[in-house]
Design a binder for this molecule. Structure first.
Ligand code: GLN
Ligand code: ZN
Length: 760
C-alpha cells in the first residue's frame, strides 16, 4: 500500500481572501477577529478540498498569516527585545510588528531574505546569546485541533531546528546561532509531546537546509538534535523533510538520523531514485516527492509509475507519494484560467491538479488501475512534445557551444573609444532606470488595461512623463539620463509580454512575501522577439536631449529566474534563446542611436544553485548568456549592467567575465564595504557603487554622499567610479527622489572639484 500526501497548500484563498483580509486589517478596516475568521475559513476549505481530491495525509500549520519562519520564531518565543514595548504578551500586533515594523513606535521590521531557490521571501530569525526560548505561540496546536474538530486528521508541519538556526542571523561577534541548539531542543520536545497528546501521529519537520553543503558542526548538530527528539517518550513519528534538491552528500547523515520517515525531492534531486535500491533506506517511511511542486507542468504519470515499480524500496518500505515541496510555490488552480490558449493550458498543472496527479498515481499502485487522468496527461504531454518538436528554432543544442559572443575588442580599447564619444566628466552621474511609479501612472495604466483609456491618450501621457523627466534630469545636471520606465508594469513581465513563447495567467498568484503575490509569466516554448520592444520609448527620450539617454533592458538570467520555465531542455538553452532576443533589441537600440545600454541582471546571484559543486556550470552559461546579449555591437557602445545586492566575494571573477563596461551595485547600506571584493580582484572596468539607499525614505545629505564617495576612492581608482543610487527609484516618491538626486549630483561635483584642485 502507498499513501497520498501533501506537504503544504497555498494560503491565499480562491478569491485572494487572505491578501484582502490582511490589507483591510492593516488599514484598520476590519477587526482582528474578522481577519482570523477569514483565515479559519480558508484553512477548513483547503483541508476539505485536499481531502476531496483524494489526499490521505493532509498538512496542518502549513497555513500562515504572513510567513512560516515568522510563525516558527513566535512559536519558540524567539522574539527580539525591541518588540517588547508593543505588548507584554505575544499578540497579533507583535507578530505583524515583527513582519512589517511598528510605524508609530518607530520599531523596524525584521529582515527578509529568499527562501532557498524560490522567489518566496522569509523573515530572518535574530538569535543572540541572550535570546531565550519558550513555547509561546500555540498556533500549531490550535490548527491541529481545529482540523480535528472539522473532521480531518492532519500531519502538522514545522520548520526544524537546524534549518531555523542555520538561516538565522546574529550581530554578536564570534557568536553563531547554532550555539543555541541545546536551549532550543527542549522547546521542540515539549511541542512534540503536546502534539502527541492531542492525537498527532506524525509531524512533518522541514529541514531543507539538508540539501545544502553543511559544515561538520551542522552535521553534528543534526545528530544531537534528532537523537534527543527520538528520546522523547510520547511523541509523534517524525518525517524529516528535505526539498529543492537532492540530499547529495548529506544522504548518509539524513538516513542515519533516528527519525521514522524521510521526504525526498525526486524532481529536483533526480539522482535520488538510486537511493531507493539501497539497504539504508530500509525500515523508514519514505515520502517521495514525485510531482514537481516548484513548476507548473503536468506530470508524465506513466513514467513515474514505471520508475516506482522497478524499485525494491517500494516493496520493503512504507511509501507515501507527495509533491516535491510545498505547493505554496505554484498557483492554485489552472481551470479558472480563461485566456490561456487551450492546448497550452492542457500542459499545465497547478496546486489542485498536482494533488489529482498524486492521488491518481497512488490508486494506480494500490489498485493496479489507472484513472482517466493517466490518459489525459498522456494526451496533453504528447501534444506538448509535438508542439515543441515542431517549434525548435536553430538554437545550438550544446549549451557550451562557443559562439563568438561578447564584445569585439578588449575593454581597454573600448574604454578609449567610449571616452572619446561621450566626454563624460570624472565621477559621471546616472540613475538605475526607473523613476517613481506614481498613483497617477498606475491609474492611467490600469484604465488603459481595462479599455477605459485610448492607446493614443495613454501614450501621450507617457510621453509627457518622459519629457518632464528628461527636462528635470538636465536641470539638476545628471550626466547620463534615463527615460524613467513609466511604461513598465514590471521589469520581467514587460518584456515577456512582448516576446513569443510566454503565456500569462489571470489568477495565477504565487506568494512573494506576506500579502505580496506575483503572477510569474510562463515560458512554454521557443522565445522570439517579433519586433522591437523598447526602441520607441528610448528614441523618444533621446530626441529630447543632447545628453546620452541609457537604453534599459532586463537580462536573460533575470527573465528566467522570475518566470516558470520549460522543463524539457536545459535551462542554459532557454536562457540563450532569451539572450538572443535581448541581443536583437540591443542591436536595434544601437542602430537607433542609443549609445549607452543597461542590461539589468539583479537575479544573477540568486540563481546560484544550492550546492557549490553546481555553481561553475551555472555561472558559465549565465556569463555566456550575458555575453550573447552584447554580441556584435560596436566598441563605442557602452554596456552597463546592474545588480541589486552586495555580496560579490565568491563570484567576482564571473562578474568580471560579464565584461560590462560599467556595473552598478548596491553599496550604501554596507557603507562601501563590498567594494573590497572589486579592489582585491583589481576589477578592471567601471563601477557605480550605489550611494543613495533607495530602500529607505531618508534623504541623504551632500556631506554623507560625499563621504561615501571618499570611502570609495580609497579602494577603487577615481577614473573607475560612477555616481548613482542603489537601485531603481520606482518605489519612492518624487518628494524624496528630487532632493536626494540633487544632493547626489552635488556630491559628485565636490569630488570633481577636489581632483581638479589637486591637479592644479
Ligand atoms: N532598471 C530597473 C529599475 O530601475 C532595475 C530594477 C532592479 O534592479 N530590480 O527599476
Ligand atoms: Zn536593483
Amino acid at each position: 500500500m502507498v499513501h497520498s500526501a501533501n506537504l503544504g497548500f497555498p494560503c491565499i484563498g480562491f478569491h485572494r481572501e487572505l491578501k484582502k483580509g490582511l490589507e483591510q486589517y492593516w488599514a484598520a478596516e476590519i477587526s482582528e477577529q474578522e481577519l482570523l475568521q477569514t483565515a479559519r475559513t480558508i484553512r477548513i476549505k483547503n483541508w476539505q478540498l485536499q481531502y476531496d481530491l483524494g489526499i490521505e495525509i493532509l498538512p496542518s500549520n502549513d497555513f500562515s498569516l504572513y510567513d512560516h519562519m515568522l510563525d516558527t520564531i513566535t512559536m519558540l518565543g524567539a522574539i527580539p527585545n525591541r518588540y517588547r514595548p508593543i505588548s507584554r504578551e505575544f499578540s497579533t500586533d507583535v507578530y505583524f510588528a515583527m513582519a512589517r515594523g511598528a510605524q508609530k513606535a518607530n520599531i523596524p521590521a525584521m529582515e527578509m531574505t529568499k527562501w532557498f531557490n524560490t522567489n518566496y521571501h522569509h523573515i530572518v530569525p535574530e538569535i543572540e546569546p541572550h535570546t531565550s526560548f519558550s513555547f509561546t505561540d500555540p498556533k500549531i496546536l490550535n490548527e491541529f485541533r481545529e482540523a480535528s474538530t472539522a473532521g480531518f486528521q492532519t500531519r502538522p508541519v514545522l520548520i526544524g531546528p537546524l534549518t531555523l538556526l542555520l538561516l538565522s542571523k546574529s550581530i554578536t561577534p564570534g557568536f553563531s546561532p547554532l550555539q543555541k541548539l541545546n536551549e532550543l531542543i527542549p522547546v521542540y520536545q515539549i511541542l512534540f509531546r503536546e502534539l502527541f497528546a492531542l492525537g498527532a501521529d506524525w509531524v512533518q519537520v522541514d529541514e531543507p537546509i539538508l540539501v545544502k553543503d553543511l559544515p561538520q558542526s551542522a552535521k553534528k548538530a543534526f545528530r544531537i538534535a534528532y537523537q534527543q527528539f527520538a528520546e522523547v517518550a510520547h511523541r509523534p513519528q517524525l518525517l524529516l523533510t528535505s526539498y529543492f534538491d537532492g540530499l547529495g552528500e548529506n544522504s548518509d547523515l539524513a538516513f542515519s538520523l533516528p527519525v521514522e520517515g524521510i521526504h525526498l525531492d525526486m524532481v529536483a534531486g533526480k539522482d535520488q531514485w538510486n537511493l531507493l535500491n539501497r539497504k539504508t533506506v530500509k525500515r523508514k517511511t519514505l515520502s517521495l516527492g514525485v510531482i514537481d511542486g516548484h513548476n507548473v507542468w503536468r506530470t508524465d504519470l506513466e513514467r513515474i509509475l514505471l520508475n516506482l515499480q522497478s524499485k525494491t524500496a517500494l516493496l520493503e518500505n512504507e511509501i507515501q507519494l507527495a509533491p516535491s515541496c510545498s505547493l505554496m510555490h505554484v498557483p492554485l488552480d489552472v481551470n479558472v484560467e480563461e485566456h490561456i490558449e487551450p492546448s497550452i493550458k492542457s500542459w499545465l498543472a497547478f496546486a489542485m491538479q498536482k494533488l489529482e496527479e498524486i492521488s491518481a498515481l497512488t490508486s494506480a499502485i494500490n489498485h493496479e488501475k489507472r484513472t482517466d487522468l493517466f490518459q489525459q496527461n498522456y494526451a496533453a504531454l504528447e501534444n506538448r512534445r509535438l508542439f515543441l518538436s515542431k517549434h525548435r528554432s536553430d538554437i545550438p543544442k550544446d549549451p557550451m557551444d562557443q559562439v563568438k559572443a561578447g564584445r569585439q575588442s578588449p575593454y581597454a580599447v573600448r574604454k578609449a573609444k567610449q571616452h572619446a564619444r561621450f566626454h563624460l566628466p570624472l565621477f559621471p552621474t546616472t540613475t538605475i532606470g526607473s523613476f517613481p511609479q506614481t498613483g497617477q501612472i498606475r491609474l492611467m495604466r490600469s484604465r488603459y488595461g481595462k479599455g477605459d483609456l485610448a492607446q493614443e491618450d495613454y501614450e501621450n501621457f507617457l510621453r509627457q512623463q518622459i519629457q518632464d523627466g528628461i527636462q528635470w534630469q538636465e536641470q539638476i545636471g545628471l550626466d547620463v539620463l534615463v527615460h524613467g520606465e513609466f511604461e513598465r508594469n514590471d521589469m520581467v513581465q514587460y518584456f515577456a509580454e512582448q516576446l513569443k513563447g510566454f503565456v500569462f495567467t489571470e489568477h495565477g498568484w504565487v506568494q512573494s512575501f506576506g500579502s505580496r503575490y506575483v503572477r510569474p509569466p510562463i515560458l512554454f516554448g521557443d522565445v522570439e522577439r517579433p519586433q522591437p520592444m523598447t526602441v520607441r520609448w528610448s528614441s523618444y527620450a533621446q530626441s529630447l536631449t543632447e545628453k546620452p539617454v541609457k537604453g534599459m533592458l532586463t537580462g536573460p538570467v533575470t527573465i528566467l529566474q522570475w518566470s516558470f520555465i520549460r522543463d524539457d531542455q536545459p535551462h542554459s538553452l532557454t536562457c540563450f534563446q532569451v539572450a538572443d532576443a535581448i541581443n536583437e533589441e540591443v542591436r536595434d537600440l544601437e542602430h537607433a542611436g542609443i549609445g549607452i545600454i543597461q542590461i539589468d541582471e539583479p537575479a544573477l546571484r540568486e540563481g546560484l544553485p544550492l550546492k557549490k559543486k553546481d555553481w561553475q556550470t551555472y555561472l558559465t552559461w549565465a556569463i555566456q548568456a550575458f555575453q550573447r546579449t552584447c554580441k556584435g555591437i560596436a566598441d563605442e557602445t557602452q554596456i552597463h549592467t546592474h545588480m541589486c545586492y552586495s555580496e560579490f566575494n565568491e563570484i567576482i571573477s564571473s562578474i568580471a567575465q560579464l565584461d560590462a563596461d560599467v556595473i552598478s551595485i548596491e553599496a550604501a547600506r554596507s557603507s562601501m564595504e563590498l567594494l573590497k571584493a572589486f579592489s582585491d580582484y583589481r576589477y578592471p572596468n567601471e563601477i557605480g557603487p550605489g550611494i543613495y539607499d533607495i530602500h529607505s525614505p531618508r534623504i541623504p545629505s551632500v556631506e554623507e554622499l560625499t563621504a561615501l564617495l571618499e570611502k570609495a576612492i580609497r579602494v577603487i581608482a577615481p577614473e573607475q567610479i560612477w555616481v548613482n543610487p542603489d537601485c531603481g527609484l520606482k518605489t519612492r516618491n518624487w518628494e524624496e527622489v528630487r532632493p536626494a538626486l540633487q544632493n547626489m549630483v552635488a556630491a559628485a561635483q565636490n569630488m570633481r572639484q577636489k581632483f581638479i584642485d589637486k591637479r592644479e
